[in-house]
Design a protein around this ligand. Structure first.
Ligand code: MLC
Ligand code: AMP
Length: 507
């Protein structure tokens, strides 16, 4: 079934009810949502795109951006969202790799994005801005407001999400209608979505968390969303008394707890706070429970798998643990021979289920590498069943994530692969080599730090290097700290010992 049809089944009968309320006081009814989606789907159809065409989108968050996503899947095309922080070189790679038929960008970026897109073979470039301006809506305005949802097969693609690669360039995770639909249905039940729920939505919608976990949850349940463009704690606190559910990365909870205006009274109607995308510190979990009187529900997932494991809605939510495998999802913790580890032993986390992606876009070898012979997907995360983890005490059937085998930094919920940043730094004049590590950060959980060795006789300026990086890569990947040193610690094999650097700079 087309994912749109599945979501639509949950839309309320009263089409005049509010579907989205924005931070600047606009109300979109379910009828508005359906009509705008149909108009955009008709526009896409009028372009006579081949089946399986990718629609790449790099726009600021707005209700219309959500409708564009819905229109894409309704019309049977493949949605390809791109983080608004990505710079020209990053966008160039994504467009050349995915060869989208249509690109939608902000007006302010049109001149450079369109050049890159046309060079990559894209035929149509539209603009869409936060304030309902741009050529996409101009062109969609004259289209019909009814559209028959295109029939698709379960394993037809609905979306491609680029995830950074440990080596080399990013990989496009291909997600099918079935992957996304099955996960939305499971979460609706598991998290007890009910009539009257209102979702407070402040996450970006170009990643799994904001689009597939949060927005799908409200859509499939026919629930209203309070649609905020970004995390702004004053806005969250303002809207919280009229909300029942919120989802965020740990930084959301750290910032809320630091705000004097956040208290039990503000959260009186809230029934569920979900955290994910990065580890929630047990300290944050405990403080939140103490101050607000309810435990945050932590869950675990990935772009390749959508949601895998979650603390229960009803039942024991354990700080430091991501909880129980979701219904239909199989999770195992294995040793280096892919043999399941016993309780309390640490191993690699592998998963199976209807939510696991179809593979990496045009990378069959990479896809094969990431699956075991018997079909388990290797998450690259390291975990343990039960035990005293991260300062908590989890029962034996609860999963605790204790680390990652992939060299990955998660900063404020965004993934940064050190290798990518190192290659940009190593290309700079006067640089001999570099090591990029994650160091603890009070707001973002982890922050990117670079340790750089100059070439003999070269003089490097840390501030100038950071300024140069800012023109090349997304802002969340920029090192918050850059140190210039004489050499890097190495082991007997000559490998850089990042653990020593992490210890040295963690204080
Ligand atoms: C912004 N900055 C960041 C950053 N976000 N730096 C590191 N890490 C981040 N995540 C930079 C800004 O460019 C700015 O730099 C400075 O830090 C301060 O920015 P800010 O204004 O305070 O940031 P803000 O706009 O408040 O954003 C912080 C944030 C945001 C945490 C709210 O990053 C965010 O919404 N993160 C959510 C990411 C997400 O949705 N992840 C889900 C992935 S899906 P300067 O130099 O310009 O001052 C996934 C699967 C799963 O992982 O399981 O869910
Ligand atoms: P992404 O590639 O952006 O989808 O990020 C997925 C990664 O985020 C996972 O492989 C984990 O390393 C991490 N992650 C997601 N949720 C959690 C969580 N609750 N605790 C720890 N790590 C998490």
């Amino acid at each position: 079934m087309n994912l749109y049809s599945l979501l639509e089944k949950g839309f309320p009968k009263d089409k005049q009810a509010c579907a989205l309320e924005t931070h600047d006081g606009l109300y979109y009814s379910w009828s508005d949502l359906e009509r705008a989606t149909a108009k955009m789907a008709n526009l896409l159809k009028s372009l006579k795109l081949p089946a399986g065409s990718r629609i790449a989108v790099q726009v600021e968050k707005s209700p219309e951006a959500l409708f564009l996503y819905l229109a894409t899947i309704k019309a049977g095309y493949v949605y390809l969202p791109l983080n608004t922080a990505y710079q020209a070189a990053e966008i160039q790679y994504f467009l050349e790799n995915s060869e989208p038929a249509v690109v939608v960008c902000s007006s302010k970026n049109f001149s450079w994005v369109s050049k890159v897109a046309f060079k990559a073979g894209t035929k149509h470039v539209f603009t869409l801005d936060e304030d309902r301006k741009g050529t996409l809506l101009e062109r969609a305005g004259s289209q019909g407001d009814k559209f028959k949802t295109v029939a698709v097969k379960d394993d037809d693609l609905a979306a491609i999400l680029y995830t950074s690669g440990t080596t080399g360039r990013s990989k496009g995770a291909m997600l099918t209608h079935k992957n996304l639909g099955s996960n939305a249905q499971v979460l609706q039940k598991f998290w007890g979505w009910k009539k009257g729920d209102v979702l407070l939505h402040a996450l970006p919608i170009f990643h799994v968390h904001g689009l597939f976990v949060a927005a799908h949850g409200a859509l499939i349940n026919g629930s209203k969303m309070i649609w905020l463009p970004r995390l702004d704690t004053a806005q969250l606190i303002h809207h919280m008394p009229n909300s029942t559910v919120m989802m965020g990365v740990p930084t959301f909870y750290v910032r809320l707890l630091a705000d004097q205006g956040f208290n039990k009274a503000v959260t009186r109607n809230m029934r569920l706070f979900v955290s994910g995308s990065a580890p929630l510190l047990t300290e944050t979990f405990n403080t939140f429970k103490e101050v607000i009187g309810q435990p945050i529900l932590e869950r675990y997932g990935m772009s390749e798998t959508v949601m895998l494991v979650s603390n229960p809605y009803k039942g024991n939510r354990v700080g430091g643990s991501v909880g129980l495998p979701l219904p239909g999802v199989k999770v195992r913790v294995v040793d280096e021979n892919n043999k399941p580890c016993g309780v309390d032993a640490i191993g690699s986390i592998q998963v199976k289920g209807p939510n696991i992606f179809k593979g990496y876009w045009r990378m069959p070898e990479k896809t094969a590498e990431e699956f075991t012979k018997d079909g388990w997907f290797k998450t690259g995360d390291v975990g343990r069943w039960g035990g005293v983890a991260n300062g908590g005490n989890a029962p034996k059937d609860y999963l605790c994530i204790v680390g990652r085998s992939k060299d990955l930094i998660i900063s404020g919920g965004y993934n940064v692969y050190p290798k990518e940043i190192e290659s940009f730094i190593d290309d700079m004049d006067g640089v001999d080599e570099s090591a990029v590590i994650g160091i603890p950060h009070p707001d973002f959980g982890e922050a990117v730090m670079a340790v750089v060795v100059p070439k003999a006789g070269a003089k490097l300026d840390a501030q100038a290097m950071i300024a140069a990086l800012k023109t090349q890569i997304a802002n969340f990947k920029i090192p918050k700290r850059l140190e210039i040193v004489a050499d890097l610690p190495r082991n007997a094999m000559g490998k850089v010992q990042k653990n020593i650097l992490r210890q040295q700079y963690t204080n």
